[in-house]
Design a protein around this ligand. Structure first.
Ligand SMILES: C[S@@+](CC[C@H](N)C(=O)[O-])C[C@H]1O[C@@H](n2cnc3c(N)ncnc32)[C@H](O)[C@@H]1O
Length: 289
């Protein structure tokens, strides 16, 4: 068993709080910040606030830590040892996404054997099981676009578990390139590619910003990140879209579509479509031929 303390705090206090929790004996601390895409099954954050989830290996240390931080009124909760990192796996079930793709956990292959394209995902600590609306919006569009444009080159910016890049490779994309700024996620993606039987190097996994991706622009670029990052990276991401190529963006709440589109229209792209799922949307743009 391990012991969990949940502390809700303003976002600018989270880092200091995490350092305090480590000093007080926490074995691990997870930070959840407003605007962050949370793992499926995670309770929503209170408006404008963040959360520290601190894990302790024994009750005494957790109780003592809570006593040192009385203003949070936190009480240690006993959780099974494996819970804090992998409990959400229980919610990871096979899902049909797009016309051809079925995403499934590696331990659940029964339904997968009947699908045309199967993507096994054991995402570890990286985002992208397929159950988040933004991932599904991107993967289903990749499926459709690669049916229309077989063999197109695909760039997946912010690959997380690698789900979109792996899907693209299995859907018959040409060159597939996936970028990250988080080395742990990139390793999860590398493991995911191997799990799906893809040869080393089939997906180029790069720890770089989009403007450092080598080679020619891509026929399909997909980026499921948050609005601020998508706007900040707009010149670099847009430059990676080939003439006549498509850009699929998500990680956007429904009311953020206009701002994202404006940033990319300013780079010479034009909007060709939008789709909403739950409170999230996908925006699609094209670079004129
Ligand atoms: C919401 S997840 C998307 C994961 C996966 N592509 C999916 O659709 O489920 C966003 C990912 O983008 C990565 N990321 C954030 N900023 C980035 C940047 N500037 N360059 C590359 N990756 C970035 C994060 O580390 C995270 O893994």
């Amino acid at each position: 068993m391990s012991f969990l303390l949940v502390l809700v705090a303003p976002p600018d206090e989270l880092e200091i709080l995490a350092a305090d929790l480590f000093d007080l004996g926490a074995a691990g601390v997870e930070l959840q910040e407003p605007g962050q895409l949370l793992m499926p099954g995670t309770a929503p954050l209170p408006s404008g606030l963040g959360r520290c989830l601190a894990h302790f290996t024994d009750r005494e240390t957790a109780v003592a830590a809570a006593a040192e931080l009385p203003r949070f009124d936190a009480v240690p909760v006993e959780v099974p040892e494996e819970d804090w990192s992998v409990a959400w796996r229980a919610h990871h079930k096979p899902m049909r996404i797009g016309p051809r793709v079925l995403v499934h956990p590696p331990w659940d292959t029964a339904e997968a054997s009947r699908a045309q394209v199967r993507v096994a995902i054991d995402p570890g600590m990286a985002f992208g099981t397929g159950s988040h609306a933004t991932t599904a919006l991107c993967l289903e569009r990749l499926d459709e676009l690669l049916a229309e444009r077989p063999g197109a080159d695909v760039l997946d910016i912010g690959t997380g578990s690698g789900i979109l890049a792996i899907g693209a490779a299995l859907l018959g994309a040409g060159r597939v390139c996936a970028t990250e700024n988080d080395p742990i996620a990139l390793e999860a993606a590398r493991g995911g590619a191997a799990l799906n039987g893809l040869a080393e190097g089939r997906i180029e996994l790069l720890l770089v910003e989009p403007d450092h991706v080598p080679g020619a622009p891509f026929g399909i670029v997909v980026a499921n990140i948050l609005l601020n990052t998508l706007v900040e990276l707009a010149p670099a991401i847009a430059a990676r879209v080939a003439r006549g190529g498509r850009l699929v963006l998500s990680g956007l709440l429904a009311d953020q579509g206009d701002e994202a589109e404006a940033a990319y229209r300013a780079q010479g792209l034009r909007t060709v479509g939008r789709k909403q799922r739950e409170e999230w949307i996908r925006v699609e743009l094209e670079r004129p031929a």
